[in-house]
Design a protein around this ligand. Structure first.
Ligand SMILES: CC(C)(COP(=O)(O)OP(=O)(O)OC[C@H]1O[C@@H](n2cnc3c(N)ncnc32)[C@H](O)[C@@H]1OP(=O)(O)O)[C@@H](O)C(=O)NCCC(=O)NCCS
Length: 202
């Protein structure tokens, strides 16, 4: 029998409580930390298109298209209300995004159901790397938080916001009080590898 998911059992109240503590600890001049909830879904999907899909190495090399399927993939994680964004306090624009989902060892990717060739290729590539890395087998766990989409509006690049939003995400996960807890993630650009190393040293 499959082990019940501890991560999927987190309630909206528990997430919001952990987020509140994280927000109180995050002090970056001019920036507000926000949890991605209903009021941000459309704007954060648009942000993901402009700042991730059009900039990230794998998505750009495969020519990922802005279709409903693309939006649905992002929405499947945003709807968990676990993802974080940085907002410019003055303009209220989104300037950074850390998408967070829950990954399980038993997840099955149904590539046949995906119509867009570029999205199918992107997910097939991710799946191949996942199998090769064997995260769940290596750590002997059945689930993990999955840090999967990281983007900073390039007008605000190289100010440390990617590192800061990842730190905030790790702190929020700490506040869930789940012990032990695992985080998996892919760093598909040389810079994001640096970002993850900086957070690791935190
Ligand atoms: C990758 C990305 C998130 C980095 O955001 P950022 O806020 O500029 O990153 P930070 O300022 O926190 O920098 C983190 C490290 O990367 C380095 N870095 C970031 N962008 C860089 C660039 N264009 N050239 C050289 N180094 C860069 C920084 O110098 C810093 O290293 P340091 O501490 O040794 O100086 C951003 O460039 C982006 O959104 N790219 C498009 C989407 C993408 O590729 N996402 C990652 C896929 S997982």
């Amino acid at each position: 029998m499959a082990t019940p998911s501890v991560l999927k059992a987190l309630t909206r109240e528990q997430i919001e409580e952990a987020f509140k503590k994280t927000k109180a600890e995050t002090n970056i001049p001019g920036i507000e930390l926000e949890l991605v909830t209903e009021k941000y879904y459309d704007r954060v999907c648009e942000f993901a298109w402009n700042n991730y899909a059009l900039k990230e190495p794998i998505a750009t090399s495969l020519g990922v298209e802005n279709t409903d399927e693309f939006k649905n993939i992002w929405m499947s994680s945003f709807k968990l209300n676990l993802s974080l964004i940085f907002i410019d306090k003055e303009t209220r624009d989104i300037i950074a995004m850390r998408a967070i989902r829950i990954a399980c060892k038993d997840d099955v990717l149904d590539l046949e159901s995906i119509k867009s060739q570029s999205i199918r290729d992107m997910l097939a590539f991710d799946d191949y790397c996942d199998k090769y890395a064997d995260f769940f087998g290596h750590y002997g766990v059945s689930e993990a938080f999955h840090f999967w989409g990281l983007a900073v509006n390039e007008k605000f690049g190289r100010r440390g916001y990617a590192v800061e939003i990842c730190r905030a995400a790790i702190n929020m996960i700490r506040h869930f009080g789940i012990d032990p807890v695992y985080i998996k993630g892919e760093a598909s650009s040389n810079y994001s590898k640096k970002v993850h190393r900086c957070c690791h040293n935190n």
